[in-house]
Design a protein around this ligand. Structure first.
Ligand code: ZN
Length: 162
């Protein structure tokens, strides 16, 4: 178990477009495990590789239903709309209101490079969109309606539903 340092907004790694994973190596599997450890340690719902300074298209998510690993995720389909509070481990203590699709279908590879598809609604859909944005160098603040607000020190990447 290794906790990696989470990059904070303003770090240039958070503004880059990440590279696809072409081959699963022990090193990349270790990165995925570290990302999960780091996300759980920070009480987050999701974490993308650039948030720990690695420019690879890897996302981990756990909305309380177990870990999900998305390697090279590609959003295939979205529908509906949800408007709610969103935060990010790379911008601790703050949140904003963001509108996202209410349903997302994504194709990705798992930690063994097995391709699969995943459907998510509500919080899961929000988390998938938020984390996939990170892989293109996009912070959620770009989508925020109105002002960011302070949610105190305990605020994690809670990506809360309204
Ligand atoms: Zn984030």
């Amino acid at each position: 178990m290794a906790i990696r340092q989470i990059r904070i907004m303003g770090d240039e790694k958070l503004e880059k477009v990440c590279r696809p994973v072409t081959e699963m190596t022990p090193r990349t599997q270790e990165l995925i495990q570290d990302m999960l450890d780091t996300m759980y340690d920070a009480n987050g719902v999701g974490l993308a590789a650039p948030q720990v300074g690695i420019l690879k298209r890897i996302v981990v998510i756990d909305i309380g239903e177990g870990p999900v690993v998305l390697v090279n995720p590609e959003i295939l389909e979205t529908s509906g709309e949800q408007t709610g509070q969103e935060g990010c481990l790379s911008l601790p203590g703050q949140a904003g209101i963001v509108t996202r699709p209410n349903y997302v279908k994504v194709r990705a590879f798992d930690e063994n490079m097995q391709e699969y598809e995943l459907e998510g609604e509500e919080l899961m859909a929000r988390a998938i969109c938020h984390e996939c944005d990170h892989l293109d160098g996009i912070m959620y603040v770009r989508h925020v309606e109105g002002q960011l607000f302070d949610v105190g020190d305990e605020a994690e990447e809670d990506l809360e539903e309204e």
